[in-house]
Design a protein around this ligand. Structure first.
Ligand code: PLP
Ligand code: COI
Length: 340
């Protein structure tokens, strides 16, 4: 398959318009059949539910080119399911799983030249989303919606590539107890922007959020879950009702247990436990697994024994196994890879 002429190795995590996207509308109580479109602009009413009351949910997943030139996506069924869960919370009509998977296949196939070549470290990032397209003015769910899925070729999410990150504990909270922290909705990201900018202005790569209720437990970053490695090489990851159930995290826990023979534990993690861990990483579709070297909380500074120079040993093994599975270099667990 011919590919576009791009400097694939140098891609950052940026939006670049590509040829085709999938569009389907919801009206009169049902989702119409979607089609591919060349138009990246959307015209909606000034009072559309998304513009007034942020009625929007989204997903993120990646397509890769394997060594033999095939194109695959990683666990898109789980994105479809999570989007249905998110939609339910925001009173958006769920987009059926079969249609979601069809949209993924159609968009990837139509943009095959934009799926980065094998070995470049880049991927085609896919962004499915649903927004309220019909007008509302009193506070109520809109009557019309649009599902859209576009793609953009991306490289690493964090600029330093695999260099360990320095995080700060945010003075702000990401998610309210019994709120919307566990769904993927634009509103959760809008409210994190101030914290994001302040962290960057203060020289940090990202925020570590604590639980809003007690501010003692580790939650997640603005766009990724945490994994920690103990000195006995056990994988520990925070369990919380107010973090996004990361598909990458679920995959890593499975790999750790079933491929690497490591003990895993998903449980509440106190901030004060951090000093006892040997390694730390953040994981997500965009972040893949990015190592964390240091976390700063007011005047307290914790540098993990894995240090600021390289990925910790266990984190690296998890990273290698995950990316090899995604690229088809080693056998994937049943159902993880969807060939286009
Ligand atoms: N947490 C948040 C807040 C995110 O935005 C993401 C990104 O999707 C993740 C975690 C990681 O989830 P996943 O691994 O499903 O991409
Ligand atoms: C993802 O990893 O897919 C995300 O959505 C994180 C961020 C880019 C919003």
């Amino acid at each position: 398959m011919k590919k576009k002429e791009l400097d694939w190795e140098k891609l950052g995590f940026d939006y670049r318009e590509i040829d085709k996207r999938y569009v389907a509308n919801y009206s009169d109580g049902k989702w119409e059949n979607g089609t591919l479109s060349s138009k990246s602009d959307i015209v909606i009413n000034e009072s559309a539910g998304v513009l007034q009351y942020c009625q929007q949910v989204f997903e993120g997943l990646k397509a890769f080119t394997t060594k033999d030139g095939s194109i695959v996506t990683f666990r898109p069924d789980l994105n479809a399911e999570r989007m249905m869960d998110s939609a339910e919370v925001l009173q958006i009509p769920p987009f059926p799983k079969e249609k979601f998977l069809e949209a993924v296949d159609l968009v990837v196939e139509a943009n095959a030249e934009w799926v980065p070549p094998y070995g470049t470290g880049a991927a085609l990032y896919l962004r499915p989303f649903i927004f309220a397209s019909k007008p509302v003015i009193s506070i109520e769910p809109a009557e019309g919606y649009q599902f859209r899925l576009f793609g953009t070729p991306v490289g690493p999410y964090f600029k330093g590539g695999v260099n360990p990150l320095t995080l700060c504990v945010s003075e702000y909270d990401r998610a309210a107890p019994r709120g919307t922290g566990n769904i993927k909705a634009g509103l959760n990201y809008a409210m994190s922007l101030r914290a994001h900018i302040e962290a960057h202005e203060n020289g940090f790569d990202e925020n570590m959020y604590l639980d809003a209720e007690t501010r003692t437990f580790v939650e997640e970053t603005g766009g990724a879950n945490f994994i920690f490695v103990t000195k006995d090489k056990e994988i520990v990851t925070p369990k919380s009702e107010t973090i996004l159930p990361s598909i990458t995290k679920r995959s890593i826990l499975y790999i750790a247990e079933n491929r690497l023979g490591l003990k895993v534990s998903e449980r509440p993690v106190k901030f004060e436990e951090l000093e006892e861990f040997a390694e730390c990483g953040v994981c997500g579709t965009a972040a893949v697994i990015s190592p964390v070297g240091k976390v700063v909380n007011e005047d307290k500074e914790i540098t993990f024994p894995s240090g600021m120079e390289e990925m910790g040993e266990v984190t690296k093994k998890l990273y290698d196994t995950l990316t090899q599975i995604q690229l088809g270099d080693i056998e994937a667990p049943e159902g993880w890879i969807r060939k286009i």
